[in-house]
Design a protein around this ligand. Structure first.
Ligand SMILES: NC(=O)c1ccc[n+]([C@@H]2O[C@H](COP(=O)([O-])OP(=O)(O)OC[C@H]3O[C@@H](n4cnc5c(N)ncnc54)[C@H](O)[C@@H]3O)[C@@H](O)[C@H]2O)c1
Length: 251
């Protein structure tokens, strides 16, 4: 099947911030592939029942085969690919700890999902994005990387890499009419954050001492930046990172 709609893949799109991205894009008229290692089919079924063009693909972003599979599914079902959102990441399952207590295996796992993952997804998506009239890659970073945040050195280092990756890939793909940008969320009450009790540890500090707008950040706060970067109006913006954090960090 082919569609006149623009087509997006959202990694980690079955829950949390990724699900808010999924909903905002389908409501904006995109056909969407939810690529997630857990819950992709279930999330897609819910939205399909509401009449949207969406499919779920069980995919681990650290697997070359799975990243190829998610792109093949986009082409097979919707006829191509215009937008890749690299959202899947390890964050909410991490235990805060001093850096000298982080095991090398844990460091490697975070790097694998948060940096190898976007690289493999971009590689798999590139041939189809080149065929699009306006290809887009949007990577999800974090303002923790910009401010420096203690007790999650592997995570902040991985998100620093995401921003470097964004800038350099923008340089490589500009001539293909593909823009590459990043969104850096502040501490956001996603499903994962709410499930792990992180909010109790960090919520008050962030709200009261860090933000210009002293309220909780929720996944829907991030969708405006996503839709803007995906839009035709952002065709000449590339290599940039937009911080969406209630005015906590100023670029
Ligand atoms: N929540 C925050 O405060 C916050 C702040 C800054 C940045 N971020 C970033 O935003 C993104 C989403 O965060 P969230 O809070 O919604 O997380 P979450 O834990 O609520 O959801 C993450 C989603 O990614 C999926 N996923 C994890 N590993 C995967 C893999 N290897 N392959 C495919 N899917 C995988 C999970 O199944 C889940 O659906 C992450 O990149 C995170 O680092 C989150």
């Amino acid at each position: 099947m082919s569609t006149e709609k623009k087509v997006a893949i959202i990694t980690g799109g079955a829950s949390g911030i990724g699900f808010a991205f999924t909903r905002s894009l389908i409501e904006a008229g995109y056909a969407v592939v939810i690529a997630d290692m857990a819950g992709a089919d279930k999330a897609a079924a819910t939205l399909k029942n509401e009449g949207f063009d969406v499919i779920g693909v069980e995919a681990d972003v650290t697997s070359v085969d799975d990243t190829k599979k998610m792109v093949a599914a986009a082409v097979e079902t919707f006829g191509g690919l215009d937008l890749l959102v690299n959202n899947a990441g390890i964050f909410t399952s991490l235990k805060l700890k001093p850096f000298d207590q982080i095991e090398p295996s844990e460091w490697m796992k975070v790097m694998e999902v948060n940096t190898l993952g976007p690289f493999l997804c971009a590689k798999a998506a590139l041939p189809e994005l080149r065929k699009s009239s306006a290809g887009r890659i949007i990577n999800i970073a974090s303002t923790s990387q910009m401010k420096g945040a203690p007790f999650m050195l592997h995570y902040t280092a991985s998100k620093g890499a995401v921003i470097s990756f964004t800038r350099s890939l923008a340089r490589e793909l500009g001539a293909d009419n593909i823009t590459v940008n990043a969104i850096a969320p502040g501490f956001t009450l996603s499903d994962g954050v709410l499930a792990t009790g992180m909010e109790e540890v960090m919520g008050d500090v962030v709200r009261k001492t860090s933000r210009s707008i002293p309220r909780d950040q929720v996944p829907d706060d991030l969708t405006g930046a996503l839709l803007f970067l995906a839009s035709d109006g952002a065709a000449f913006i590339t290599g940039q990172t937009i911080a969406v954090d209630g005015g906590s960090y100023f670029l």
